[in-house]
Design a protein around this ligand. Structure first.
Ligand SMILES: C[S@@+](CC[C@H](N)C(=O)[O-])C[C@H]1O[C@@H](n2cnc3c(N)ncnc32)[C@H](O)[C@@H]1O
Length: 245
C-alpha cells in the first residue's frame, strides 16, 4: 500500500462515506464535545464530510476544519451549513492557521491514518501550537486489537449472499505497528477494493506523544458517554490540555 497518500481516503470513500461509515456514536460525540468546548473556538482535524462538525456548528459553536481530501470537503459543502465552515485543505500533521483554538479534536481513529510515529507526533505538536493556553485536544481511537490475529493476519466475512461477498482482510506488522486493511466487495460485476493502512498506537504511546508536545492527559473514557476506561475497553476518548499561561 505504498501509494496511499493523504488524499486517497477521500478518493476511495467520499461518495458513500456517510452511508457506510456511521459509527453509531455521533450524537454522543457531539454532546461531549459541545460540553468540553464550552463555547470556545473549535478545530476538527480531518473534518471529513462534517459528520460531527456540522451538528456542533448548528449548536452555535465556531467550528473550523483541516482536511486532506477536497472530495470529502465537497461532500461537506453540499450539506446545510457546510459552506459556512472554514476548512484548510492540508495534511493534518503539518498545517498552519493564524487562528488559535480553545478546543481541537481528532476522532474516529483518524490519528492512525498518519502511518508513522513521526507524523503522529508532528500532528500533536502542530495541534499544541494552535491551542490557546489552557486549551484542550480530544482524541478518539481504538485500542489495538492485536489478539484477534493469528499469524499476524485476520480475515472476516461480513456478508455472503447469492451475488455478493463482503470480506475484511488485515495483515499486522507488530514492529511497525501497522494494520494493512483491505475491504473487499465481490459481485458478479467485479470486485471493489477499499484499502486503509493504519499505524496504530497504544493509549500510553498516545499519552507520551501528547506529553512531548507539551500537553497533559486530563481524562480518558472508555466510551463517548463517559464509561470508565478499563482493560476491557475497545476504544478510548482521551482529553489532553495545554497548560494555562
Ligand atoms: C474516518 S474519516 C473521519 C472523518 C470525520 N472526522 C468523521 O469523524 O466522520 C478520516 C478522514 O481523515 C482524512 N485524512 C486522512 N489522512 C489525512 C491527513 N494526513 N491529513 C488530513 N486529513 C486526513 C480523510 O480524508 C477523511 O476525511
Amino acid at each position: 500500500m505504498k501509494d496511499f497518500t493523504p488524499e486517497t481516503f477521500g478518493e476511495l470513500n467520499a461518495e458513500d462515506y456517510d452511508a457506510l461509515h456511521d459509527p453509531g456514536t455521533t450524537a454522543a460525540s457531539v454532546d461531549l464535545i459541545e460540553t468540553l468546548a464550552n463555547g470556545g473556538k473549535v478545530l476538527e482535524l480531518a473534518i471529513g464530510t462534517g459528520r460531527v462538525a456540522l451538528p456542533l456548528a448548528a449548536r452555535g459553536l465556531e467550528v473550523h476544519g483541516v482536511e486532506a481530501s477536497q472530495l470529502m470537503v465537497d461532500q461537506l459543502r453540499a450539506k446545510d451549513g457546510g459552506a459556512d465552515i472554514p476548512v484548510l485543505i492540508s495534511d493534518m500533521s503539518e498545517f498552519q492557521l493564524d487562528t488559535r483554538f480553545n478546543f481541537a479534536f481528532l476522532i474516529f481513529n483518524t490519528l492512525f491514518n498518519l502511518t508513522s510515529q513521526e507524523a503522529q507526533l508532528r500532528c500533536f505538536q502542530t495541534v499544541a501550537n494552535h491551542l490557546e493556553p489552557g486549551g484542550a485536544f480530544l482524541v478518539e481511537a481504538f485500542v489495538p486489537y492485536v489478539t484477534t490475529f493469528t499469524d499476524n493476519q485476520r480475515l472476516r466475512t461480513g456478508h455472503v449472499g447469492m451475488d455478493k461477498v463482503f470480506l475484511e482482510a488485515i495483515t499486522h506488522d507488530p514492529v511497525e505497528q501497522m494494520f494493512n486493511y483491505q475491504r473487499v466487495l465481490m459481485t458478479p460485476d467485479g470486485n471493489q477494493m477499499t484499502p486503509l493502512p493504519m499505524r496504530y498506537a497504544w493509549p500510553a504511546e498516545i499519552d507520551l506523544m501528547a506529553r512531548l508536545a507539551g500537553l497533559e492527559r486530563e481524562a480518558r473514557w472508555g466510551s463517548w458517554d463517559g464509561k470508565p476506561f478499563t482493560g476491557k475497553s475497545e476504544m478510548h476518548v482521551s482529553l489532553y490540555r495545554k497548560p494555562a499561561a
